[in-house]
Design a protein around this ligand. Structure first.
Ligand code: FES
Length: 102
């Protein structure tokens, strides 16, 4: 079994547009996870970093929500444009992206 250095969980929960809680699925959750997966592959990190789909992480109003383990660093309002920075700074550089932390 691979020993992952990081697990990136991306909320993809999708609620009806009329739901006042909103949802990460409506804020690009699936595309964000796919972008993380692409970056993991491109950077040769398969086997050490894994991007997983998550259900609701209970941070709906702050979505799209992402949490990285084992550090338990939570990010909010994540967009597809933030994926590179999280990969560069946090996953590869070891420094969480402060501006996105919740
Ligand atoms: S819908 Fe993503 S945290 Fe709840």
């Amino acid at each position: 079994m691979p020993q992952y250095k990081h697990h990136i969980f991306v909320c993809e929960n999708l609620r009806d547009a009329s739901d006042p809680n909103g949802s990460c699925g409506a804020k690009g959750g699936t595309q964000i996870r796919e972008a993380f997966k692409d970056e993991v592959k491109k950077r040769g990190l398969k086997g050490t970093v894994r991007a997983n789909k998550a259900g609701c992480l209970d941070q709906c109003s702050l979505g799209a929500a992402v949490v990285v383990y084992p550090e338990a660093i939570w990010y909010g309002h994540v967009t597809i444009d933030d994926v590179q920075e999280i990969m560069d700074s946090h996953i590869e550089g070891g420094t969480p992206v402060e501006r996105l932390r919740i």
